[in-house]
Design a protein around this ligand. Structure first.
Ligand code: C2O
Ligand code: CU
Length: 429
């Protein structure tokens, strides 16, 4: 075991050897689905990168770039990724953010595996069972290593897509903070997407930074068709709304280009990193914008049983802060008792924001359903997430089915907050 502390009084190194219960994960349980195997090799190395804003960054890269390669697979594929560490002495891992892999493949250093040290390798195997927009990042001292560049996109395409759905042009847009530079797909400049009038563009937005990003769309109404990779049910057209994407979260937008003119997808927080779709005249900038809320977006699914089921377990997690730490129920992670659940249980978790900035709360290994916001049941589409953005004063009830045994992390995806204590475990008894 290797200790690499130095993050302040709370020595969070993604729970190096701090497994509170000593429970370890089960061996690989990826079941065969008959899908083909897709193999990747990823080599992490220290690299000097020249950014297009003139900066030179001592980055840590996968296969020479930051972000690392975009991994594309198809639903049902067996994904095999061999991670090599060339020379990053702190050790590294790969965590598949949002993909419900077997616990042994979850890539949390000190919990599900030891960090991979220089000259070593580790092979991850899992089934890409659900289509969607996901990402990967090292989960060894995440708050440091994500900013060094050890992250990238993994897209799981639906098996049925090509023939049956109307084709949409796809654009992947991954935001990351590399050292002090905010980048979009590795560039400090905005993205220009050539597209024809009338064409549909599916924009996969991933926030790999630690702060919430606000987006708006000028020039065309649009739909939010997926959140955290999971499709929404009958999402309606939106106009003049601001869409807040929390750290770690993903939003897929579907935009149809108007007959004349372009569409600007504005990153309100960093205007220089906006996206321009199509060509022609500049659209007008909408000024009156309301904040998008998924609580009433889309339509409910008929015959949806979940809202009426009684949970087997109920937890309340209050996200806040005290002097030097970010806390859950008043404690920093060493002192936070794990949520203990039994396999098969329906688990209710009420998350309460009690100060300290935005808290995008992420749960490993499980997709949760958002049941209510500020005490009011959701009225629109069922919303399934892996990372829920909580803003000042908000509270949400989420539910999940404990169907993926192991010892799982749950933490704020402002990784600075996570390293300052807002981290805990969910454990199967
Ligand atoms: Cu995206 Cu525990 O991480
Ligand atoms: Cu936080």
């Amino acid at each position: 075991a290797h200790h690499e502390h130095g993050l302040g009084s709370v020595s969070h190194t993604d729970l190096h050897d701090h497994s509170p219960t000593g429970v370890s994960c089960e061996a690989i349980t990826a079941k065969e689905t008959g899908g083909p195997t897709r193999s990747f090799d990823m080599t992490a190395a220290r690299t000097t990168l020249q950014l297009d804003n003139g900066q030179t960054v001592e980055a840590w890269t996968f296969n020479g770039s930051a972000p690392g390669p975009e991994l594309r697979v198809i639903e049902g594929d067996r994904v095999v990724v061999t991670l090599h560490n060339k020379d990053i002495k702190e050790g590294i891992t790969l965590h598949w953010h949002g993909i419900n892999v077997p616990c042994s493949q979850d890539g949390v250093a000190g919990v599900t595996q030891d960090a991979v040290h220089p000259g070593e390798q580790f092979t991850y195997t899992f089934i890409a069972s659900a289509p969607g927009t996901y990402w990967y990042h090292s989960h060894q001292m995440s708050s440091v290593q994500a900013k060094k560049g050890l992250l990238g996109s993994i897209i799981v395409e639906p098996r049925e897509s090509a023939a049956t759905l109307s084709p949409a042009k796809e654009v992947n847009a991954l935001y990351q903070r590399l050292d002090s530079s905010l980048l979009l797909n590795g560039s400090s400049k905005g993205l220009d997407v050539p597209a024809q009038a009338g064409e549909q563009v599916r924009l996969r937005l991933t926030n790999g930074d630690n702060e919430t990003m606000n987006f708006s769309v000028d020039g065309a109404p649009f739909q939010i068709i997926a959140m955290d990779g999971r499709d929404l049910h009958e999402p309606g057209l939106l106009k003049d709304v601001t869409v807040p994407v929390g750290a770690g979260g993903r939003y897929d937008l579907l935009i149809r280009l108007p007959e004349s003119g372009k569409v600007i997808v504005r990153n309100q927080s960093f205007e220089g990193l906006s996206m321009t779709l199509g060509s022609g005249s500049m659209p007008e900038r909408a000024d009156a914008r309301t904040m998008f809320s998924f609580a009433e977006y889309g339509t409910p699914q008929e015959g949806d049983p979940l809202p009426t089921l009684k949970p087997d377990r109920n937890f309340v997690l209050k996200l806040g802060q005290s002097l030097f730490v970010k806390t859950i129920n008043g404690h920093a992670f060493h002192e936070i008792p794990p949520m203990s659940v039994k396999e098969g249980e329906l688990v209710s978790i009420t998350l309460v924001h009690e100060g300290g900035g935005d808290h995008p709360f992420h749960i490993h290994g499980h997709t949760f359903r958002v049941m209510s916001r500020n005490g009011l049941p959701l009225k629109g589409s069922p919303i399934y997430l892996d990372t829920l953005l909580l803003k000042n004063g908000e509270s949400y009830e989420v539910q999940l089915k404990a169907d993926n045994p192991g010892l799982w992390m749950a933490h704020c995806h402002n990784l600075g907050h996570a390293s300052l204590g807002m981290t805990m475990m969910m454990n199967y008894e």
